[in-house]
Write a protein that binds this ligand. Structure first.
Ligand SMILES: Cc1cc2nc3c(=O)[nH]c(=O)nc-3n(C[C@H](O)[C@H](O)[C@H](O)COP(=O)(O)OP(=O)(O)OC[C@H]3O[C@@H](n4cnc5c(N)ncnc54)[C@H](O)[C@@H]3O)c2cc1C
Length: 367
């Protein structure tokens, strides 16, 4: 049996960022069921940090995280586009950018088209450009956390699928792929499987809902250098589009179909909808989908992250429900998780920004 101070279930960005912080306080073992960390949601994101999603709490976490994200991110503008019917939504998003002190500007449709020449005029009557958005190197983020763990004498065990969890007087005993691990503190960072891990541990589940999102990749127009094209997103329902290395463009119809926790795969209809929305709004011809994938974004019922000890089972700590912002909020959320696990004061900058532990506590769902 392997004994440690903290057992973390899940080697995605949530588990690894939290584990890297805990490694300063004791020995951490991260148990990851797949053959390598980042196989599920964390390996499937489009890796952008921006203010065009979530509500106040998620945006506040993003603002608190941006300075740390800059280490593994490069500035890449986010262009939020609105049709003539979406003016009110664009105004609201502009208010948000103002409140968070973003380096942004309101643009006319023609000014937006100067940045993304393929935009059709009826798809964009007005826009907002956020110059402070970041394109993240998510693999570098994950690997940096793994390196921090190793340097502290902690580590990740891949291929360790947790199948049984027992609460003992001294803490938790976890069985994973034939081995037994024990620790006084157990951190549930299992993404789409977070409720399943709670059930294994006899802890009340929260009602985490995994939602599938699909991304398509296709060739940029021949001879066109698209690298400077902004990350472009409709303010309401629609699509997003961004340049990727190797002359490719990525797009998503921002689908969010409820799913059981699984190895998500793209469905033909979602691929077709993504391609159609891009073709409706731009002059881009999508002759061939070069590649597509899908991943699960996991939400609590109120769509806010869940960080804190289970009220019925102290020592079982939820780090779940990161939704579609798990990377851009990880630096702040992992500090909140660190304070929750250790019973330390809530991070002062998070409190000063108007956040409070109760907003994240699983107790809000009776869990
Ligand atoms: C298409 C798409 C685009 C996105 N774009 C962005 C973006 O631009 N910016 C952004 O910030 N976020 C984005 N996200 C969201 C982001 O990817 C997620 O919020 C984040 O990856 C969630 O991390 P996680 O660690 O909670 O989950 P995961 O990465 O899924 O990690 C959970 C891990 O737990 C493991 N696990 C589960 N059960 C067990 C078990 N029984 N035993 C052992 N291990 C287990 C799984 O194998 C998995 O590796 C996007 C997501 C998708 C799908």
């Amino acid at each position: 049996m392997e004994q440690c101070d903290f057992l973390v279930i899940g080697g995605g960005i949530a588990g690894l960022s939290c584990a890297a912080r805990l490694a300063a306080h004791g020995r951490v073992v991260v148990l990851e069921g797949e053959s390598a960390p980042g196989y599920h949601a964390s390996g499937r994101s489009v890796a952008v940090a921006h203010f065009g999603l979530g509500e106040r709490v998620v945006r506040t976490l993003t603002a608190l995280s941006l300075p740390a994200l800059a280490e593994h991110g490069t500035r890449h503008p986010a262009l939020h586009i609105a049709s003539s019917a979406q003016g009110a939504a664009l105004d609201a998003l502009e208010d948000t950018h103002r409140q968070f002190g973003c380096d942004y500007a309101r643009l006319s449709g023609d000014e937006a088209r100067a940045l993304l020449p393929v935009l059709k005029s009826d798809a964009c009557g007005a826009a907002l450009i956020d110059h402070g958005a970041l394109k993240l190197d998510t693999n570098a983020m994950l690997q940096a956390h793994v390196a921090t763990l190793r340097a502290a004498g902690s580590g990740v065990v891949s291929g360790a699928r947790v199948s049984a969890i027992a609460r003992e007087s001294a803490g938790w005993q976890v069985k994973a792929s034939g081995e037994t691990y024990a620790a006084p503190l157990l951190i549930n960072a299992a993404g789409a499987w977070a409720d399943e891990i709670a059930r294994l541990a006899g802890v009340t589940p929260i009602g985490i809902e995994p939602r599938r999102r699909t991304v398509i990749a296709f060739a940029a127009p021949e001879g066109e250098d698209v690298r400077a094209w902004p990350f472009t997103k409709t303010v309401g329902e629609g699509f997003y589009l961004l340049p990727e290395g190797g002359g490719q463009l990525l797009a998503s119809a921002m689908d969010q179909t409820p799913s059981a926790p699984c190895d998500a795969a793209p469905e033909e209809l979602d691929i077709a909808i993504a391609a159609d929305r891009v073709e409706q709004a731009t002059t881009l011809p999508i002759r061939r989908i070069a590649h597509s994938w899908a991943g699960l974004r996991s939400f609590a019922p109120d769509e806010l992250p869940v960080i804190g000890h289970a009220s019925s089972a102290p020592g079982f700590v939820w780090v779940a429900g990161q939704g579609g912002a798990g990377f851009q909020t990880a630096p702040a959320l992992s500090r909140i998780a660190e304070s929750a696990v250790l019973g330390l004061p809530f991070p002062a900058d998070c409190a000063a920004a108007g956040l409070a532990p109760a907003q994240f506590a699983p107790a809000r769902f009776g869990a």
